[in-house]
Design a protein around this ligand. Structure first.
Ligand SMILES: [Zn+2]
Length: 254
């Protein structure tokens, strides 16, 4: 199985959201990552990133959120353009996993018309609440005709230990990570916003945009255990780590 790390956009936010010690005028650049997992039984995409339209007009889709989370990527920094570089279209994807339903993680779901979407039951429930939009959940991102399969706990997608979904609540109620075991290169935990930056893991600190502090600390502790067992943790939005990763046509595994 091969894993390709694809771009889902690039955002700029106040650094204070992630680093409690930062000055209030300091900003931080955040890559948004998606992961193509080419399993022999089907192509899985973990997260779909930001909708391409936000690079030219974020306000129309995101409303006021566009002020706190400013897109700074090039027009082709999105998962659709990155798949095209691999000679793939969204219709080649069989399964979309959404780590959670924030708009920078499911913004391109609409394009994956042949896929089954997997998310945690609590995430779907939360995104359906009346005030969900005020918390970053936009119905236009996730509410489509494709089937949504919900999980309640761990799920080994193909039953062979290659892609195991591990719920890690805290950032949102249904936040889910994926432990990916590659034949070569070892195992990777796709942490998404369960750990946004390496800084958050190292200092055991939660970003400001955390739904449940205690749940998030428990998830951080679980991820620390996974790290000590030898897995590489891929953080949700860490620009320093992002620079060193193989991306696009380059891949992990074989
Ligand atoms: Zn999020």
């Amino acid at each position: 199985m091969k894993m390709h790390i694809l771009s889902g956009g690039r955002l700029r936010m106040k650094k204070k959201v992630y680093h409690a010690q930062a000055q209030s005028d300091e900003m931080i650049d955040l890559p948004v990552s998606c992961y193509l997992l080419k399993h022999p039984q089907g192509n899985v995409l973990f997260d779909t990133g930001c909708h391409p339209s936000i690079q030219s007009d974020a306000q129309s889709r995101w409303g006021n959120m566009a002020k706190a989370m400013v897109p700074i990527g090039a027009p082709d920094e999105n998962v659709i353009d990155d798949l095209a570089k691999l000679n793939m279209t969204p219709l080649d994807i069989d399964v979309v996993v959404n780590s959670h339903f924030h708009t920078d993680h499911c913004g391109c779901n609409a394009f994956f018309k042949k896929a089954t979407v997997i998310c945690h039951a609590k995430e779907l429930e939360n995104a359906q609440k009346e005030d969900a939009a005020t918390m970053g959940f936009l119905r236009m991102d996730w509410d489509h005709p494709m089937p949504i399969e919900t999980i309640q706990g761990e799920k080994d997608i193909f039953g062979d230990g290659k892609i195991v979904l591990l719920p890690m609540p805290g950032h949102t109620p249904g936040m889910t990570t994926a432990l990916v075991n590659l034949d070569q290169d070892g195992s990777f935990l796709l942490a998404s916003d369960a750990v946004a930056l390496q800084h958050n893991l190292e200092t055991r600190s939660n970003p400001r945009n955390t739904w449940d502090q205690e749940a998030s600390f428990s998830s951080l502790d679980e991820i620390t255990r996974i790290f000590h067992s030898g897995s590489t943790i891929i953080f949700g939005h860490d620009i320093d780590q992002w620079r060193g990763l193989r991306k696009g046509v380059m891949s992990y595994g074989q």
